[in-house]
Design a protein around this ligand. Structure first.
Ligand code: AMP
Ligand code: MG
Length: 313
């Protein structure tokens, strides 16, 4: 197999940008999960992203930019959007805004919708790629559609092999769970996907109530019931696993079960960071049945439980 994984050096970042300029596809690190990036202004790049991921065309991509000014050229930023962008960007927050007319983003990248999901990632390598490339990058998570996201370069290679031109390796992702997505198109702010920026964080910034996606109709395929799914059958909130179940623990270990502990210190951030590599490891081990310990449903714990619930459907 040709060499695909490259370390995050300046010369390799330039290589990545050359590939993007030629409408190629690059796997790159962000602070949330690895992204599968292509030029958001290139029809053929967008087509390739959907094909390679086997992603349904009705599932729009998040558009990544380097600066707020760039975001404002393609999306309409009302006061709420501006306030959140100023508070949390660069960082793991995606804002769903109205699309600006006459922007150069390929319409298929946003599934021909009137809205657009935009974010500025904080990972320095992602930012360097975005800054040098100078144009928006459409980047869904670097995994096959419906399966578990990639949190290191090997995950990306395992999913795509040499179907992509290059993967920039920056080790494990800082958060390990996808960005929080918030619909800020009206004054009724809605969380479409939980992430490491929590409802409380948003509330503290805006000082207003945030609606849960459960209260609103499905407008984002990330809300679909089954998503982020490994091959194994998963049961959640289990204190005592069955004999034939592999156990994903949190905090204390059960000596009787075959276990991977998400965090011996009951640290939710550590658990989020280890979640996807653990689910991938379980599939690699050929394990069929998994029980997961109760995870406190607070802060990023809500995002962990949300992903596990979809994985267990
Ligand atoms: P991924 O790129 O795999 O992290 O998934 C991105 C998520 O953002 C998906 O669940 C998309 O449905 C959601 N998303 C992106 N753009 C939009 C949009 N315009 N409207 C609603 N959801 C969006
Ligand atoms: Mg995804």
């Amino acid at each position: 197999m040709k060499k695909t994984i490259y370390k995050a050096s300046s010369s390799n970042i330039k290589k990545a940008v050359d590939i993007l300029n030629r409408s190629g596809i690059v796997g790159f690190p962000t602070e949330t999960v690895y992204g599968l990036g292509g030029s958001a202004e290139s029809e053929s790049s967008i087509k390739k992203i959907y094909e390679i991921k086997n992603r349904p065309l009705h599932n729009p991509l998040i558009i990544h930019v380097a600066k707020l000014e760039q975001a404002k050229k393609i999306g309409i930023f009302n006061n709420i959007a501006k306030k959140l962008a100023e508070a949390f960007w660069p960082g793991p927050l995606t804002l769903l805004v109205e699309k600006k007319k006459n922007n150069r983003i390929v319409s298929a990248a946003t599934s021909n919708l009137e809205s657009m999901a935009i974010r500025i990632p904080s990972n320095p390598i992602a930012l360097e790629i975005l800054n040098i490339f100078g144009k928006p990058i459409a980047a869904p998570s670097a995994n096959l559609s419906g399966t578990v996201s990639s949190t290191n370069a090997m995950h990306v290679l395992n999913d795509f092999g040499d179907k992509i031109d290059l993967i920039i390796d920056n080790g494990d992702c800082e958060y390990g769970i996808e960005s929080t997505i918030i619909d800020v198109r009206s004054n009724k702010v809605k969380i479409l996907r939980e992430g490491s920026i929590t409802k409380e964080n948003i509330f503290d910034c805006l000082n207003q109530n945030i609606e849960d996606y459960n209260d609103s109709k499905i407008i984002s395929p990330g809300q679909l019931d089954k998503h982020y799914a490994p091959k194994a059958i998963i049961r959640m909130n289990i204190e005592e696993p069955e004999k034939d179940e592999f156990y994903i623990s949190f905090g204390y270990d059960l000596s009787s079960a075959q276990t991977i502990n998400l965090s011996k210190d009951s640290d939710l951030n550590e658990a989020a960071k280890k979640l996807y590599s653990t689910l991938r490891k379980i599939d690699d081990m050929g394990i069929k049945k998994v029980a997961v310990a109760p995870i406190p449903n607070i802060g990023i714990g809500r995002a962990i439980n949300d992903r596990l619930a979809r994985a267990s459907k």
